[in-house]
Design a protein. Structure first.
Length: 220
């Protein structure tokens, strides 16, 4: 019978060599494993941020400003077309909104501005892919009543007649009251704001009196 001269166990040198190979492999894999854990941590943080944003109702998009809209007729017409359609379908279905919206609302840039952001708040609450019940609740409870209240204050008893040549209270470009006083006020605020401010001079007083006498001048 032939004898098997092969050893039935690994030599000590072979085991040591295998151990060295395993250690080298571990060191090679460890950075990849560490990176994988870091990516998992980043993914978890991103998911938490997304959930918090959705829960808070925060919108990632802003509304365009009517007061800062580009001087482009196509853009302006598109914005007004979208706004008037939304007002017809949504805003004016509320009795208080219809009651307090003046017929001359288009002549009031501040009112158009209010309606425009309110429309975008409604879109964020109902049409946005991240729309939530909380957003809708805010729109009904705070945003819409607030805009209606401010429109009532801004318009007062205004009508189309007030925008005719003899009754126009809203110029194309409103003047900033006493802008000519900017220089002395700027110097005082920059160099001596802890002291008494400069007094209005005769020109300032005359300009204020003239503004009071103009149609629609003074406080409303």
């Amino acid at each position: 019978m032939a004898q098997n001269n092969e050893p039935n166990y690994a030599s000590a040198s072979a085991v040591a060599g295998l151990a060295r190979e395993v250690e080298a492999l571990r060191k090679a894999v460890e950075p990849v494993t560490s990176l994988s854990r870091q990516l998992d941590d980043v993914a978890r943080v991103v998911q938490e941020l997304a959930e918090r944003q959705a829960a808070s109702g925060a919108s990632t998009e802003g509304a365009p400003s009517w007061l800062d809209l580009p001087a482009d007729i196509g853009t302006v017409r598109t914005v007004l077309t979208d706004l008037t359609g939304w007002m017809r379908d949504v805003f004016l279905r509320y009795a208080d909104a219809a009651q307090h919206l003046p017929e001359c609302w288009l002549w009031h840039p501040d009112i158009v501005e209010e309606l425009l952001w309110l429309m975008y708040a409604w879109l964020a609450a109902y049409r946005d892919e991240n729309a939530t019940v909380a957003r809708a609740g805010d729109w009904h409870d705070r945003y819409r009543p607030g805009v209606v209240r401010r429109i009532k204050t801004l318009a007062g008893n205004c009508s189309l007649e007030n925008h005719q040549p003899r009754g126009n209270r809203y110029g194309a470009s409103p003047a900033v009251p006493l802008a000519e006083a900017m220089a002395p006020i700027a110097e005082w605020w920059a160099t001596a704001r802890d002291e008494v401010p400069p007094e209005p001079d005769e020109e300032h007083l005359a300009a204020a009196a003239a503004a009071q006498r103009r149609p629609g001048g003074g406080r409303r």
